[in-house]
Design a binder for this molecule. Structure first.
Ligand code: FUB
Length: 319
């Protein structure tokens, strides 16, 4: 069996001239919470940035990073175009974020924490920054938070408004999903920086945090970090409408080595489907020093998702 694997691998590398990447794909810094998009035939990967010391017992996340690739193997580091310091109302860590393009502008939705002021008593909050290019420069699009802790009351804890994910449907309607403890969602106006209607909340089976919503063929997918067992895994639901109702479908990925959390990011690129996640396997890595990986994703004919295999070799060059 081992021999067959070795021969197949050699065939791919030598005969097809394709090379594998290696997981984790980003190795020079600790990264988490992957949010990939495809723009101009390039994958842009927006990430959190873990900077906690080896013996830390909590996050230290000072900014958000951007990487890009045209082959899924070689990644260019574009630095940190955004940090909580870019938002006058923010303080504390730079939690998960998601950037999306609309009409040539890039809207980067971030979760961070709010100063105690006239707009909020503190707690997690979601802001949005805007840029004319996928790598910035980004600036606060609103001058205030889009979501503050006081706007959702279904959970008592102050960090339930994290992990924004935006989805734009075929008819142009944009939706913001987010949450820890429950999944919250609201429509966004075409300007992408104002809610268009009420905030809803629901609890998909085992939902903890990190929603990721997309459409494939006629089916909508809601993928999220779950806690059926500890540490987190990735589970998902499907629906025929981005407003639900959502049908639970099962586990996509088991928990990951050496990290309590895991966080999904999904993209189709050059004819293949990719699943981004993070783990803690780099030397000195851990739950607060995480690293982003990517592996292939496969669908069954009925649209359900096969369990993703976490590999060390990662994916092959897409070129
Ligand atoms: O990275 C900080 C938090 O950990 C994220 O907001 C969650 O999704 C989890 O990955």
């Amino acid at each position: 069996m081992k021999q067959i694997f070795r021969l197949t691998f050699l065939f791919c590398v030598v005969v097809l001239g394709k090379s594998y990447g290696q997981n984790p794909i980003i190795r020079e810094v600790f990264t988490a919470d992957p949010a990939p998009i495809v723009y101009n035939d390039t994958v842009f990967l927006y990430t959190s940035h873990d900077t906690a010391s080896v013996d830390a017992t909590n996050y230290q996340m000072k900014d958000w990073l951007v990487f890009s690739s045209t082959d899924m193997v070689n990644w260019t580091n574009h630095g940190a175009p955004l940090s909580p310091k870019s938002f006058s109302w923010a303080t504390g860590d730079a939690y998960a974020a998601h950037c999306i393009e609309r009409d040539g502008k890039f809207y980067w939705y971030v979760s961070t924490f709010h100063k105690k002021d006239e707009n909020s008593g503190g707690g997690a909050a979601i802001g949005v920054a805007v840029a004319d290019s996928p790598t910035g420069p980004f600036k606060d699009a609103l001058g205030k938070a889009l979501i503050v802790n006081e706007m959702t009351t279904d959970n008592e804890h102050g960090w339930d408004d994290i992990d924004p994910a935006v989805f734009i449907d075929d008819d142009g309607q944009a939706y913001l999903y987010w949450g820890n403890g429950s999944c919250k969602w609201a429509k966004l106006k075409d300007n992408m920086v104002e809610l268009d209607g009420p905030i809803h909340h629901f609890k998909p089976k085992h939902f903890i945090e990190g929603p990721w919503v997309y459409k494939r063929k006629d089916l909508y997918y809601l993928v999220y970090a779950s806690a059926g067992t500890q540490p987190e895994m990735i589970e998902y639901c499907t629906a025929s409408n981005p407003e639900g109702p959502w049908t639970y479908q099962g586990i996509i990925m088991d928990n990951v080595p050496n990290s309590f959390t895991v966080h999904p990011g999904i993209v189709s690129y050059k004819g293949k489907d990719y699943f981004f996640y993070h783990n803690g396997v780099l030397p000195t890595g851990g739950s607060y020093r995480r690293s982003i990986c990517v592996d292939y994703m496969h669908y069954n004919p009925d649209g359900t998702i096969q369990k993703v295999k976490q590999t060390q070799q990662g994916v092959m060059s897409a070129n």
